[in-house]
Design a protein around this ligand. Structure first.
Ligand code: GLN
Length: 446
């Protein structure tokens, strides 16, 4: 059914980079045979899933939407890919993204853009745009995405589905091709909150292969979905509803808050005073980490190697010039600059200090409130091509998601309305490792 739906819709949407049809069918047959022999059904038994193409899958091409990796077939599974298999999910294929997850529209994919299923002239968001569009178009039941500064939540909002960024360290990063290691998180994109709880259940947990994996107990997330938010204390940051926020988005958030009130929750305006510095700090930190992480792509060990180099340095130069797209190059240059001696204190170190202030803002609010609620993105999905020539405008779309990433805390986006036929997302943010609270609040609302 999944492949039939893909055949109907894929030409219009362009969510996939690689399909896994033959292998998926034989996996499904194998599972039927196991079941007939009395085998057990895993948590996600038989569910067709899509995986963002920066999460490695054994024997299944993983390109990060980059020319550099257009011939890369991983020899191992990411921990998240392995856990999907163990839970019985079937990987249907690999989903499009902005190259190396750098972007917010899918227009930075080196292969083709993905289109928003609600209106194909608009972007699906990014960088997990293929992951969001595929679920929204009914091609897969759920997908995995990655979120460094909003890349699960923002495309979920633009495509009218649910997207959960877990606490940093809750889901192993082993096998997620690194963009900014101190921020990268894997999480589910689903049709509803209950599905998000199930998928998170399957992929969360300590992993010795990831040095930043959190050694915490994984609670039963579905049992948190009680429908009860009586007495829940909601903080609404004034910085997330001020200048630059589309009035229709603001209205949708206010309407959602009234729904919460009617269910017995209370809300008050709060302040996250350092929000205005978040984008600057993030683009310095994320680019710095990216410049270091992407140094491994040298044309020797992975992916494409340039032809006819004069010498070793020329091999690096040619391979990197040919392999990386313009946004990736921009970030490598920005990050290399900010890490250079003489500039380190002024940029990288300063940005790290700002990151701490932003985290402290959240800690302060969570002393008095259970969750923070606001928009996921300032506007609904914009038109393809509209912002592509202006990286700064593009970066400003991340204003509501980036502070959460810098603080390392969990947040979910759930649909909360429409504007001119395009969905709007409500973001619900919780303290570290309080996924159950975030899921409960989202589930009661949806
Ligand atoms: N849009 C942000 C960026 O371009 C977020 C990307 C992400 O979360 N992977 O960096």
């Amino acid at each position: 059914a999944s492949y039939a739906r893909i055949k109907e819709t894929e030409e219009a949407i362009g969510a996939f980079l690689t399909l896994n049809e033959e292998k998926a069918r034989s996996t499904a047959t194998g599972m039927d045979e196991q079941l007939a022999k009395g085998g057990e059904r895993g948590l996600l038994f038989g569910l067709p899933a899509g995986v963002k193409d920066n999460i490695v899958t054994e024997g299944l091409r993983t390109t990060c939407a980059s020319r550099f990796l257009e011939n890369y077939d991983p020899i191992y599974d990411a921990t998240a890919s392995r856990k999907l298999k163990e839970a019985g999910a079937i990987t249907i294929g690999k989903l499009n993204l902005d190259e190396f997850a750098m972007g917010g529209s899918n227009e930075n994919s080196s292969f083709h853009p993905t289109r928003n299923p609600w209106n194909r002239d608009h972007v699906p968001g990014g960088s997990s745009g293929g992951s969001a569009a595929s679920v929204a178009a009914g091609q897969v039941y759920f997908s995995l995405g990655s979120d460094t500064g909003g890349s699960i939540r923002q495309p979920a909002a633009y495509c009218g589905i649910v997207g959960l960024k877990p606490t940093y360290g809750l889901v192993s990063r082993f096998g997620l091709v690194a963009f900014a290691s101190s921020l990268d998180s894997i999480g589910p994109l689903t049709k509803n909150v209950e599905d998000a709880a199930y998928v998170l259940q399957a992929i969360a947990g300590y992993d010795k292969n990831d040095s930043t994996s959190a050694n915490v107990d994984v609670p039963d997330y579905t049992s948190a979905l009680s429908g009860d938010v009586k007495g829940l204390r909601i903080g609404v940051p004034k910085e997330y509803l001020g200048e630059g926020i589309d009035p229709r988005v603001k209205q949708a958030v206010m309407d959602a808050l009234r729904v919460y009130e009617s269910m017995g929750a209370t809300w008050e305006e709060v302040s996250l005073p350092h929000t205005e510095y978040a984008i600057a700090a993030y683009y310095l930190l994320a680019s710095s980490e990216a410049s270091s992480n992407l140094a491994r792509f040298d044309g020797v060990r992975y992916g494409v190697r340039a032809d006819n180099p004069d010498n070793l340095i020329d091999l690096y130069r040619k391979s990197r010039s040919q392999g990386f797209g313009p946004e990736v190059k921009r970030r490598i240059m920005l990050g290399t600059y900010s890490l250079s001696s003489g500039y380190y204190d002024a940029y990288y170190l300063k940005a790290q200090k700002v990151r701490t202030l932003i985290k402290n803002d959240f800690d302060e609010v969570f002393k008095q409130y259970d969750v923070i609620v606001g928009p996921t993105a300032p506007t609904p999905a914009f038109r393809i091509g509209e912002q592509v020539d202006n990286p700064l405008t593009m970066y400003l779309n991340d204003i509501c998601t980036i502070p959460v990433s810098l603080a390392g805390i969990p947040a979910i986006s759930v649909p909360c309305g429409m504007a001119d036929g395009l969905p709007i997302g409500l973001q619900i943010i919780g303290p570290a490792f309080q996924e159950s609270t975030v899921l409960r609040a989202a589930h009661a609302y949806e």
